[in-house]
Design a protein around this ligand. Sequence first.
Ligand SMILES: Nc1nc2c(c(=O)[nH]1)N[C@H]1C(S)=C(S)[C@@H](COP(=O)(O)O)O[C@H]1N2
Ligand SMILES: [Mo]
Length: 442
Amino acid sequence: MNDNNSQKNLESSSNDTHNTLARRDFFRKSAALSATALAGTSLFAGTKAMADDPAIINHVPWGIKFGDPVTKNLYGMPSEYEHNNTRRNAQLLSSGNWYASIAMCPIQESEGIITPNGLFFSRAHGGIAQVNPNEYRLMIHGLIDKPLVLTLDQLKRYPSVSRIHFIECPANGGPEWRGPQFNSVQFAKGMMSCAQWTGVYIKTILKDLGLKPTAKWMLAEGSDNSEMGRTVPIDKVLDDAMIVWGQNGEALRPEQGYPVRLLLPGWEGNLCVKWLKRLEFSDEPFYAKEETAKYTALKPDGKAVQHFYANEVNSIITSPCPEKPWTDLKKGDMVEIEGLAWSGYGTITGVDITFDGCKNWVPTKLKGLVLPKAWTRFSFMYKYEGKPLIIGSRAMDDAGRMQPTIEEEVSVMGVESVYHRNGIATWEVTEKGEVNNVQIRS
Ligand SMILES: Nc1nc2c(c(=O)[nH]1)N[C@H]1C(S)=C(S)[C@@H](COP(=O)(O)O)O[C@H]1N2
Ligand SMILES: [Mo]
C-alpha cells in the first residue's frame, strides 16, 4: 500500500469528491496486492487481508468533517485513545500516603529510549513542590573561594550541555527479592525513566568559583518539604555531575524538581536531589549517618554494603510482558521481542535472551542510540510457535559487568535488602500466549 503507485491512487480517489465506488475499487485492488505481497513473509502467517473490511471501504468519521481548531490545545495532549498510557500507583508502595509516594512509569508503552515528561517516574518524600522560579535561589558555599547565591537566570548563563541519561530509584524491583509481587512490568520495574537533560556540569561552575583542594564531599539539599540532603563524593562531582533545568526540550516538570535538580548520571535516583537549593563543599561527609542507615544492604554474613552509588547493569523484556501478552499471535507469526537495558557503570555492549529459563542464550540486536548511562533498546525477531517458554534477558556493559542469575544474586546478597536488585528477570509465556512474572532459581 505504501508504494508510489498506490499513494497516487489514494490521492486521486480522495480528490474524487468521496466517490465511494472508486474507493471501494481501489481498496479491493490494494488489499489483493498486499495479500500477495505478504505471501512471501510470515509476519502475519495466520492472518488474511479482508477486502470487505468496513474500516477500509467506508469513509471514516474523522475524514468527512473538520477536525478540531488548530488553536484548541496550545499545549498539546496525547490522543484521548491513549488514556491507558499513564503512570500508576500502588497502596503497597505508598502505605496510602500520597505525599511520600511513588508513581511508576509505564515502561511497557515506551517507544525508543526517551520517556515523555508526563510519564516520567515520580518519587517524592514530601509532596511535589511548586516552586516560583522568580523566588528560586541556589546557594553554593563551603570549601569554595568565591561562595555565591545564584538566581535561575544567572545559573542559566553558564554554558549548557544536553545529555541523555536514565534516573532509576535503587529500590526498583526491590519488593521482589523473595519472589514475584506484581504480574506487571510497570510495577515490577517502573521505578525509572530516561530523558534528555539540559544543564551545566558542576565542574564548569567550580572552575569559576574555585574549589579548595581539601574539599572531598558535596552536600546537595532540596527546598521541598522533605528537605532532602544527600552527600556526593567529589570525584563524581568533578566527573559528570550536572545541575539541570531542561527535560526533553522544555523546563523540568514539577515532579522532576522544577526549576532545578541535581543529576548524577548512572547513580542512585535518590541522590539526584530535586528542587535543589544548596550545594555545600566539605572535607567530611554530611548526613552520612542517616544516609547509610537508610541506604545500606544487609548481607547474609551479617555485613552491610554501606556505599554503593551506581545502579547495576540491568535489563527487562518489555514486549511481551504481562501487560502485553502474545494472546493474539498465531503459530508461525514473526514477532519482535523488545526490551530495555541500562547500566550506571557505562555503556551497554550486548543483551542476550533465553527461551528456556536461563539455560541457553542467544544475542539480541541493540537498536537506535547506544549511549553511556542511558536506556538502550534491544530487539530480537522470533517465530512464534505457541509453545510454553520462560524468556528473560541479561545485559552486559563496557565496565565488564553482566547481570547475575537470581540464584547468584541471592547467594551473595540474601533477601533482606531492598536495593540494587539486578538478577535476571524472567517471564513465563503460556501455550495461550499469556505472560506471567516468574522467578527462576536454578
Ligand atoms: N528534594 C528531593 N529530591 C529527591 C527526592 C525527594 O523526595 N526530594 N526523592 C529522591 C528519590 S528517592 C528518587 S528515586 C528520585 C526520583 O526522581 P524522579 O521523581 O524525577 O523520577 O528523586 C530523588 N530526589
Ligand atoms: Mo528513590
